[in-house]
Design a protein around this ligand. Structure first.
Ligand code: TYR
Length: 316
């Protein structure tokens, strides 16, 4: 796979591709993604994490922002609680492979309380309307029917993170788009460059609905093999290939981490097969060559293997 393909696979948007081409010709390249600390790191987080790993393979330096202060501003808990979760998340990220050479973790509060940082926040706050700030938070903020002042500070701080971390690429799910577009528009007004933004899709929960901890419809990196198999068995798997959560797991989690994905099934149901690309597997499913139950089994096997190291690491 060539470098451009590796860098752009499984993304929904790159703003802009021309800027990316020019970054790819630099001798040094860097990217960051930020995460609000969370009780569980799940397949939703792993979409951007897999992208970070692709970028590392392509030669990028990776910065992972543990956005403790952002979680606090977004009403997710006390400072102590979010700090503690951030430490736990660091371990989860390491467990799934974000460790070693060219990976750096940055704790939000370690850079964000600096006076220069805060002056930039105020300079941007002076220019950005409440309307723009609110809209940028629609897919990110909690209880946005009654937004708090802290949730207006949130996107502005995310913009300043991009500037202060001094990276070539800001990576996030497509839900970060409006904040990123504000950054492109307003960072140049305070003498910072407009960032190149890369967006990954937001995947559905296993029941086809939005992934959410209250629905328990996701797989976390700390799940046991047994839990993974049980959850996959119950997953929603329509005959269609669009918005099919099982196919999404194969596409975003299994194929990027395995060269060959085997399908093991008894001879009377068609016998074993092997797939070397997601596309090949999707067409076989669309053509009715793979039964939904077999697709789920194959996905569970793949996921169990892909997350094996993470489980070992977390249990150490
Ligand atoms: N907004 C991101 C989320 O929805 C978290 C984040 C915070 C990302 C700060 C980047 C950043 O600089 O989880």
């Amino acid at each position: 796979m060539d470098k451009y393909e590796l860098v752009t696979r499984n993304t929904v948007e790159i703003v802009t591709e021309d800027e990316l081409k020019s970054v790819l010709s630099q001798p040094e390249m860097s990217v960051y993604a930020g995460y609000e600390p969370s009780g569980e790191i799940h397949l939703g987080h792993l979409v951007t994490i897999n992208k970070l790993m692709d970028l590392r393979e392509a030669g990028f330096k990776i910065k992972v922002l543990l956005a403790d202060l952002h979680a606090f501003l977004n009403q997710k808990g006390t400072m102590e609680e979010v700090r503690e979760l951030a430490e736990y998340n660091r371990r989860c990220f390491e467990a799934v492979g974000l460790k070693g050479k060219n990976v750096e973790f940055v704790m939000g509060t370690d850079i964000q309380l600096n006076p220069d940082y805060q002056l930039d926040v105020l300079k941007l706050a002076q220019q950005i309307t409440l309307n723009r700030a609110t809209r940028s938070m629609n897919e990110v903020g909690r209880n946005m029917d009654a937004p708090h002042v802290s949730q207006m500070v949130y996107p502005i701080m995310q913009m300043v993170d991009i500037a202060k971390l001094n990276v070539d690429v800001a990576l996030g799910g497509i839900d970060q788009r409006k904040i990123h577009m504000l950054a492109r528009e307003y960072l140049p007004t305070i003498g910072e460059k407009a960032p190149l933004c890369m967006h990954t899709p937001i995947i559905n929960g296993l029941n086809g609905k939005k992934m959410s901890s209250s629905e328990g419809n996701y797989i976390s990196v700390a799940d046991s093999e047994d839990a993974i198999r049980k959850k996959m068995k119950k997953a929603f798997c329509p005959p269609e290939t669009e918005e099919n959560p099982v196919l999404q797991v194969l596409k975003y989690h299994v194929f990027p981490r395995m060269d060959i994905v085997p399908l093991n099934r008894p001879e009377k149901f068609g016998g074993n097969r092997e797939f070397s690309s997601y596309e090949e597997c999707e067409s076989a499913y669309a053509a009715g060559e793979i039964h939904a139950a077999d697709l789920k089994g194959m996905t569970a096997d793949g996921l169990v293997e892909v997350l094996a190291e993470a489980r070992d690491y977390m249990n150490q």
